[in-house]
Write a protein that binds this ligand. Structure first.
Ligand code: ADP
Length: 160
């Protein structure tokens, strides 16, 4: 039984994140999506941890082997806690590579039994990020298609 974790801040979940979660769920037996508290990331997240977890639960309800958990520890400790042996990360352009390469090396140093696996973003979502989505929404642009429907509604409520 192979269990993997898909970690991130998910502030908020985008269609790019969801695509990675769906593809990971097709590769491994079980996926735990780990929502990092990230209280200190760029002035704090727009959505609370509970909201971010709820969006992912709603958007992945069709996937029976996916569950969602919040965490505020080292990633390798979280993997250990949920009994996962693989960390799955999405890779967009070259810009992600440097940071992800460093994190994978550090996580390997912390616990070499846990493997990091990368899944390439599909071209359509290659330039999609949570921060771009928030920027578009803040200025009244449409984010439909860039995020799941549950997030479209939450963004318009939060920013109106
Ligand atoms: P961000 O980098 O947008 O703040 P997160 O910290 O929530 O997002 O990212 C979690 C993971 O999802 C990272 O591995 C990141 O590279 C990946 N990811 C983010 N956006 C996309 C996308 N559009 N397509 C594929 N993977 C993505």
């Amino acid at each position: 039984m192979k269990r993997g974790i898909v970690p991130g801040t998910f502030d908020p979940l985008t269609s790019g994140h969801l695509d990675i979660i769906e593809r990971a769920a097709g590769l491994l037996d079980e996926i735990v999506v780990g929502v990092a508290l990230s209280a200190d990331k760029g002035g704090g997240p727009l959505f609370s941890e509970e909201e971010r977890v709820r969006f992912i639960e709603a958007a992945t309800s069709h996937l029976s082997n996916v569950s969602v958990r919040a965490f505020d520890t080292l990633l390798v400790d979280f993997a250990d806690e949920v009994d996962a042996s693989v960390i799955i990360k999405g890779l967009r352009a070259m810009t992600d590579f440097e940071r992800e390469f460093q994190m994978a090396a550090l996580n390997w140093r912390l616990d070499s039994k846990i493997e990091t696996m990368f899944i390439m973003a599909i071209p359509e979502y290659m330039f999609l990020s949570s921060s771009a989505v928030k920027e578009i929404a803040r200025h009244g642009g449409s984010v439909r298609g860039l995020v799941p429907e549950v997030v479209v509604e939450a963004l318009s409520r939060k920013l109106s």
